[in-house]
Design a protein around this ligand. Structure first.
Ligand SMILES: Cc1cc2nc3c(=O)[nH]c(=O)nc-3n(C[C@H](O)[C@H](O)[C@H](O)COP(=O)(O)O)c2cc1C
Length: 372
């Protein structure tokens, strides 16, 4: 892109690039304020930045799952070279030929922000970084400075995001699982923020993210360690089959399933289901013993709650549903229900279309008696 735009505007992308030790050292030095910014983003409790970090963790980390430091280094170096050649080498330089340099820096930074639009916060932060990188070029006259600063910053940010692990492992994560944890929201934040989410963005939820949620689900308390839970993850065509099944089920609510009202109701459920990236069907053992049956059901629902909270901490939205569909033999077939088990919940899963405020609850203090 830099070469094509450079040829079109008559601006050689690397005209200001000089391979000098001074430029290299300047680039390394210029990385420091960017790393300070990264450090602040990871520490702050400022909600838009916390959300951004969660989003990066959930979306970007899986893209680099299993990468080595060398792999991340190559990606970072290419990003530094390519983006700086385009934005500072061509765009800023070309604009600066017509307007004062500060105006060129600001206009280029605005474009840089828009090009990095993951969220409005990210666009603003990227714009500020763009202005800073533009200034390093204007101050040094050497494109090597922003290239090195950009590449080095990307490398550190990716490494932190992935927490590239070699020796690190835990009894609860397999070696083949990438580390997608950066700073998960703490448990209290995730519990306070969770709310049922109806509308999702179309992006799929990476498989390793769902596996991680299920690893959290099975950490639920479980009397006698009966491990009564089973899960089926529905994605792709299975979601389309669930949509049909749900629509059919909804149709049974109406005296005349062919009425316009029934058809509209069925269509709404079908669309809502099809627009949900994934579902987790939670199944539970049905013990012949009354007490074990009750305890197992409680454990399966606690596992489900672990899943909801873990999902929230990863920037995902969920919606837990039960109802008559749980006894539908077609759902049993779709989920591969084993003999001696029943479906206890169907959980929608995906990245929320919009942030939703948690629904009202009475304060626990009104419902609690302290007995001393
Ligand atoms: C055991 C259980 C079963 C539920 N079943 C359904 C359901 O069948 N349909 C539905 O729309 N919501 C269902 N919900 C979700 C609740 O309606 C939802 O949690 C409630 O409205 C409170 O909203 P919140 O989750 O956003 O706090 C269920 C929740 C639980 C705990």
């Amino acid at each position: 892109m830099a070469l094509a735009l450079g040829a079109w505007t008559g601006t050689a992308p690397f005209a200001t690039l000089q391979w000098t030790w001074r430029g290299l050292a300047g680039g390394v030095l210029a990385t420091a304020p960017l790393l300070f910014g990264l450090w602040w983003c990871l520490r702050t409790r400022f909600p838009p930045v916390v959300r951004l970090v969660r989003l990066a963790e959930a979306r970007i980390a899986p893209l680099f799952a299993g990468s080595t430091m060398l792999g991340l280094g190559i990606v970072a170096a290419l990003a530094g070279l390519g983006e700086e050649a385009l934005f500072r080498g061509v765009i800023q330089t070309a604009i600066a030929g017509h307007v004062p340099v500060w105006t060129a820096i600001i206009l280029t930074a605005a474009l840089f922000g828009v090009a990095h639009w993951l969220t409005p916060t990210y666009a603003v932060l990227a714009g500020l970084v763009g202005a800073y990188l533009g200034w390093t070029l204007a101050a040094s006259g050497n494109l090597l400075v922003p290239i090195v600063a950009h590449g080095l910053y990307d490398l550190v940010a990716l490494a932190v995001l992935m927490r590239v692990k070699s020796a690190h492992s835990s009894p609860f994560t397999s070696h083949s699982l990438p580390s997608v944890r950066l700073i998960d929201m703490d448990a209290i934040d995730a519990i306070q923020r969770r709310t049922s989410v109806r509308r999702f963005r179309p992006e799929p939820v990476p498989r390793q993210v769902i596996e991680r949620l299920l690893d959290c689900a099975v950490r639920a308390p479980n009397h006698k360690l009966t491990e009564p839970w089973r899960f089926a993850v529905l994605t792709g065509r299975a979601v389309a089959r669930l949509a049909e099944l749900r629509a059919r089920h909804r149709g049974r609510r109406y005296a005349d399933p062919d009425s316009a009202e029934a058809r509209a109701g069925m269509e709404k459920v079908r669309r809502e289901t099809e627009q949900t990236p994934a579902f987790v069907v939670v199944m539970c053992a049905v013990s012949a013993d009354d007490i074990t049956r009750e305890e197992d059901y409680a454990a399966a629902m606690m596992a489900t709650d672990n899943l909801l909270i873990a999902a929230e901490s990863q920037g995902l939205g969920t919606y837990l549903k039960t109802g008559g569909i749980m006894r539908d033999p077609d759902l049993a077939a779709l989920a591969g229900l084993e003999a001696g088990f029943r479906v206890v919940a169907v959980v929608s899963l995906g990245y929320p279309e919009a942030e939703e405020a948690p629904r009202r609850r009475r304060p626990a203090a009104d419902l609690t008696r302290w007995v001393e």
